[in-house]
Design a protein around this ligand. Structure first.
Ligand code: NAD
Length: 270
């Protein structure tokens, strides 16, 4: 297999906040595999300045955009095509935030203004990203669009709170828009359902430290790291996966098909 699996491919990577971010690892690997891309994040996330280091090490431009604002997204896609010199082969949506989770609001006592904000950022933004690319005709044929999700969309993890519902909505958007993209441009749209991962977004979930250990002991291959996730993303951006679309793809060391594991049972057999 060519070491330059993504040679000649151009794209946009949303969501690299710091070096723990899944999107950060994707950017590093995409660069190593020969891709060219624009980095983007919400203007408020730029204040930390970390993303500048990533831009430097990967030779990328940064275009700030709030993924809930259509005017920001139009500017982003137009500029990205200009900078990269053509249509896009890949887009990574690696964005998530729940105000209710952040502020410790219980699922049985949700603040609905916060719910709407979290839904807009975590789910509707994926539609907005794709609709903008659609209207501007920004994607190249056989391109790949990906978003990141979590298994709480299918099974109940109480502390994941309203993010569970946001992820269910996000995954549905991938299927619904995936149909239209496939017919019009042979572009594929998928979600990757990733193991719990120690990032800013992940660690914000109550009980995260215990949960990540539990998931690790439940998964025959152990938890997938952010770097592992990035490698999977690269494969889905590559031409080796051109007929995979409208799927929710588990990337979790086997967790999603487990009932119980010996390592977890040991905790109860003492
Ligand atoms: N960490 C985990 O345990 C885990 C597990 C499964 C899925 N995911 C998903 O992976 C994705 C990436 O998260 P992460 O774990 O790398 O954490 P992260 O905190 O590093 O990344 C989340 C990103 O979302 C960005 N963001 C928030 N609001 C935005 C807005 N309005 N516009 C543009 N960007 C905005 C943040 O600035 C940040 O860069 C998220 O969708 C998350 O839900 C994470």
């Amino acid at each position: 297999m060519s070491a330059k699996l993504l040679e000649g491919k151009k794209g946009i990577i949303f969501g690299a906040l710091d070096q723990n971010s899944i999107a950060w690892k994707v950017a590093e690997q995409a660069h190593d595999y020969g891709a060219q891309f624009v980095l983007t994040n919400a203007p408020v996330a730029m204040r930390m300045g970390e993303i500048n280091k990533l831009a430097e090490s990967t030779g990328s431009d940064i275009i700030p955009a709030d993924a809930t604002k259509l005017e920001d997204l139009e500017h982003l896609f137009t500029k990205a095509e200009e900078i990269l010199g053509g249509k896009l082969d890949f887009v990574l949506h690696s964005i998530g935030m729940s105000v209710n989770v952040r502020k410790g609001k219980h699922y049985t006592d949700l603040n609905y203004d916060w719910l709407e904000k979290g839904w807009d950022v975590s789910a509707a933004s994926f539609h907005k990203v794709m609709q903008t690319a659609w209207k501007l005709d920004s994607m190249a044929e056989w391109g790949s669009i990906l978003a990141l999700t979590y298994m709480a969309a299918q099974r109940t993890f109480p502390d994941y709170n309203d993010m569970a519902d946001n992820k269910a909505y996000l995954e549905s958007i991938a299927r619904s828009f995936g149909y239209h993209w496939g017919v019009r441009k042979k572009v594929r749209v998928n979600t990757i359902s990733q193991s719990p991962t120690a990032t800013t977004a992940g660690s914000g979930v109550k009980g995260f430290d215990g949960f990540i250990k539990y998931a690790d002991k439940m998964s025959p291959l152990g938890n997938a790291t952010a770097d592992d996730c990035a490698s999977y993303v690269i494969s889905l951006f590559s031409d080796l996966t051109r007929k995979v679309t409208m799927q929710n793809l588990y990337h979790d060391g086997g967790f999603s098909n487990m009932g119980v594991s010996d390592m977890v049972m040991e905790q109860f057999m003492k």
